[in-house]
Design a protein around this ligand. Structure first.
Ligand code: AMP
Length: 286
């Protein structure tokens, strides 16, 4: 039997629950009681429960073959890893912010000033790209209080809605990175063990694709079929099936995008459809 592949996942924090939920839907279920340091799943994968911040290090050095962490952390660390998939959760932005009262109104006004951040590398790169020189104050957390305690004139911080910044009297000046959870792989293992890693990637991708889609079933009067087909620009062409004993009706099945469900229902009703069902899809395998 070949050696188990190691997948590093966040042991706590914002990305932990959503990561395990996604893996579970993809067929890699870890019972709650087994979520300690290591857990074996499906006979092929060994999960390493480690800090979100350390995952790029584990993956780039090969301690883990694959990992799930935030794109912001991968970018900040700058270690070489293979980027496999964006996972659609843990979405946030890296922004420059300054005090609303007596603070800078534009990024340009921060020339020569102090900027507090947990992301010194990304911050340095951003200001360099602006042709600016700032004094970076590296912190390990709670950046938003830095201006009020007099440590810096501005901050570079992660935000989701921006409410924490506003509560601390800060206003956003510019967003320079959009982040979300990502699946990454060690570059050598990706080259050597592509098939096994691709299996994991495809399983996860099939869950993500399915989450955005719904399976629609409806009975449609035959004379309205063309009209209904025109309403269903689905992932694949709709399946049309005869209905036993009802020659002037057909059953239509289609995969549709979640975004169109609400607008589609009244349109289909106007076409006289009956028995309309909209169901979740567990996996979409292409
Ligand atoms: P943790 O420190 O383990 O809670 O995870 C922090 C990671 O969660 C960040 O590096 C981001 O990738 C992600 N994240 C998503 N939304 C936010 C947010 N509003 N603030 C901070 N981190 C966030």
């Amino acid at each position: 039997m070949s050696a188990m592949l190691k997948l590093a996942v966040p042991n706590k924090g914002r990305l932990s629950e959503r990561t395990l939920e996604l893996l579970s839907k993809a067929g890699f279920h870890v019972p709650r009681h087994a979520r300690r340091l290591l857990a074996d799943v499906n006979g092929t994968w060994r999960l390493l429960f480690v800090r979100t911040d350390d995952i790029p290090e584990y993956v780039s050095t090969g301690t883990a073959d694959v990992g799930i962490t935030g794109l912001d952390i991968v970018s900040e660390r700058g270690q070489p890893v293979e980027m496999l998939l964006e996972l659609g959760f843990g979405k946030c932005r890296l922004v420059v912010a300054a005090p609303q009262v007596n603070g800078a109104n534009t990024v340009a006004q921060l020339q020569g000033q102090r900027v507090a951040t947990v992301f010194p590398n990304l911050t340095r790169r951003f200001f360099n790209e602006q042709g600016m020189d700032v004094d970076i104050v590296p912190l390990s957390g709670a950046t938003e209080v830095a201006p009020s305690v007099g440590v810096a004139e501005a901050v570079v911080d992660l935000v989701e809605t921006g409410s924490t910044l506003r509560q601390n009297g800060l206003v956003e000046l510019e967003t320079f990175l959009y982040s979300q959870a990502v699946l990454i792989a060690n570059k050598d293992r990706w080259a050597q063990q592509k098939d096994s890693i691709l299996e994991l990637q495809s399983a996860v991708k099939s869950v993500l694709d399915a989450q955005r889609r719904r399976y629609l079933m409806a009975n449609v009067p035959q004379f309205k079929l063309d009209e209904v087909k025109a309403l269903l620009p689905g992932v694949t062409a709709p399946t049309i099936m005869p209905l036993l004993g009802q020659e002037d009706w057909v059953a239509v099945h289609a995969v549709i995008h979640e975004d169109v469900v609400n607008q589609l229902i009244p349109d289909l009703k106007r076409c006289g459809v009956e028995g309309l069902l909209i169901l979740p899809i567990e996996r979409m395998v292409s």
